[in-house]
Design a protein around this ligand. Sequence first.
Ligand SMILES: Nc1ncnc2c1ncn2[C@@H]1O[C@H](COP(=O)(O)OP(=O)(O)OP(=O)(O)O)[C@@H](O)[C@H]1O
Ligand SMILES: [Mg+2]
Length: 366
Amino acid sequence: MQSNSPTMIAPGATIGILGGGQLEKMTALAASHLGYRTCILCPEGDNPAALVSNNIIISHYDNKDNLSNFSNSSEVMTLCFENIDDAVVEALAKQGRIYPGAEIIRIAQHRLREKAYFREHGVQTADFYPVHSLAELETGVRSLPQGCGLLKSCRFGYDGKGQYKIDLGTDLAEIWAQAGFEEAVLEAWVPFKTEVSAIVARSTNGEMRAFPVAENTHREGILHTSRVPAQVPHAVAEQAQAITLQLAEALDVVGLLTVEFFALEDGTLLANEMAPRPHNSGHWTMDGCVTSQFEQLVRAICGLPLGAVEVTVPVTMENLLGEDVLHYATQLADPAVRLYIYGKQGLRPGRKTGHINRLHLSPRAE
Ligand SMILES: Nc1ncnc2c1ncn2[C@@H]1O[C@H](COP(=O)(O)OP(=O)(O)OP(=O)(O)O)[C@@H](O)[C@H]1O
Ligand SMILES: [Mg+2]
């Protein structure tokens, strides 16, 4: 197929996807829907994306020959996780186009760098203290309002893992020993009213578009629901989008950028963290938006026009954890539910194994 722009990668080309999880699976499906082929590279294990990709390279991320094979097979490459050695992304960038780039990954994979980046760009965050020792933890806790905070590992945290709640009575020496962190951040506890996230797309030609913000709830540190439209004042939603657009431009993102925010009672937004990729809180777009976040990612990295982001129907996305996916018959019996099962073999408790989008359909006029 002929491209009508020099930067456009035409349908028929192969998109390389590093990683084999559910985000990669849904990206591969969206790519296929637009006529692209996909090649994934992922380590041996439970890889849902392998179920739907055209070419699968099972390999560790540091195998140079396999990485070359991967980049040679792909016209453009992407990845949907930050917890990767940025040298791998840098090496791939020398061989082809890869989005997001190593510099963005370096910032987004490290909580202190990420918070520093927010602050440098005028984006407010919770108060935080770098912690490399028990002494620094003790000093930090003394500065916390009512001594309440969260100690988080700087790296490799997800779904609330690597986090310790700190209260007045907490035995700091015990927590520090138990955590075994080399580098951590102590964050003040934020008495937020709502959590929201904004996802924006930015294409190779600089076109940008912000999805409507989602309102998120968490259970035990894991995202439980994302609802659109978010029940927040219009100005708050607009500001979350504006900050995310500003950061996407500053970071020179190509693809998607998600920013998670705490919204305070007075409407103040504090940025919690960001991810340069599709996000769990954007799964509602698969059924409630003209364009899904996964299709938008494909459009952005291939230089296609970005899709419309209007809400087509209000939706509540709900994550399915562990064996929740075994209740598929009950879920499917609800005509307002759209069900996604990732196809993971391991259904460990707390593991994301699927999600549902509950459509808030308006009653049909007779
Ligand atoms: N400083 C804080 N004050 C109050 N609640 C917090 C704070 N930090 C985190 N939380 C709660 O814990 C959730 C998970 O925290 P965070 O996003 O930092 O961790 P994560 O492991 O990266 O999670 P995820 O992978 O779901 O994004 C937040 O969405 C929020 O509900
Ligand atoms: Mg988070």
